[in-house]
Design a protein around this ligand. Structure first.
Ligand SMILES: Nc1ncnc2c1ncn2[C@@H]1O[C@H](COP(=O)(O)OP(=O)(O)O)[C@@H](O)[C@H]1O
Ligand SMILES: [Mg+2]
Length: 232
């Protein structure tokens, strides 16, 4: 089991009241699973991914990645785990505007054991996402969809076992969305990469990826067994 969440709770104080952003989530994800989380805005999807990725600490409960509990580790161990094991694709673009496309993709390696980077892999990844010709341009010279694809290539540079993607295809046209899903599927199938993809878009759930689909509502996560049960 690569990801395990047990009785996971995260509350925020909102207007003096406790808000249960993540409410008693239990989840087991095996290596190579493709997990999709659907849910309305505010249902706790981003909070859950940050807990799993060790970016946010829970109020109670546990997250274990490859058998090691996130918050039983020192800050350094936890950040090493993040760098080695997880590729993040955030909801909002996070490319560094003063770095080229290639430099942006190589950036995560500057915090790793291999700070000089893996240019060859970066170029291969940029080829995979269809940006071979754009390696030396700056993010401002790319369309929104192209920028998103750079962020995807960057998430794979550490050869992560897990990809956590937060609405990776939000505000993209359907064609680009399909291309991105095809890339995800390729990495899922060829490299057995585990995916957790948060979305409120039904298109994602109906591709040929054959995912495990979960619905999230007011912090509560429920696996959806049939299409009829999907959150509307
Ligand atoms: N840092 C925070 N402080 C206070 N409330 C927060 C914070 N982050 C998220 N929330 C609240 O927690 C709930 C879940 O948020 P979020 O995980 O971002 O949901 P989603 O990603 O599904 O839109 C929302 O009600 C949101 O307003
Ligand atoms: Mg969100």
């Amino acid at each position: 089991m690569i990801i395990n969440c047990q009785n996971l709770h995260k509350t925020y104080l909102s207007d003096g009241k406790e808000l249960h952003a993540v409410d008693n989530v239990n989840l087991s994800v095996s290596r190579g699973d493709f997990v999709i989380i659907l849910g309305h805005s505010g249902s706790g999807k981003t909070t859950l991914l940050s807990l799993i990725g060790g970016l946010t600490s829970p109020n109670s409960g546990q997250v274990t990645i490859n058998g090691t509990e996130n918050w039983a580790q020192t800050d350094e161990e936890l950040s090493n785990m993040r760098n080695r094991t997880i590729g993040f694709i955030f909801q909002f673009g996070s490319l560094i505007p003063t770095l080229t496309v290639l430099e942006n993709v190589l950036l995560p390696l500057s915090f790793s054991d291999n700070p000089s980077g893996d240019r060859e892999l970066a170029l291969k990844l940029l080829g995979d996402v269809g940006l071979k010709d754009k390696t030396n341009v700056f993010p401002s010279q790319l369309s929104g969809g192209q920028q998103r694809r750079v962020a995807i290539a960057r998430a794979f540079i550490n050869r992560p076992a897990i990809i956590l993607a937060d609405e990776p295809t939000g505000d993209l046209d359907e064609e680009t969305e399909k291309e991105i899903l095809t890339i995800f599927r390729k990495y899922n199938q060829e490299k057995n990469t585990t995916f957790m993809v948060v979305t409120h878009n039904r298109v994602l759930a109906t591709t040929q990826i054959n995912p495990r689909i979960f619905g999230m509502r007011s912090g509560v996560l429920t696996e959806q067994l049939t299409d009829a049960e999907l959150v509307k």
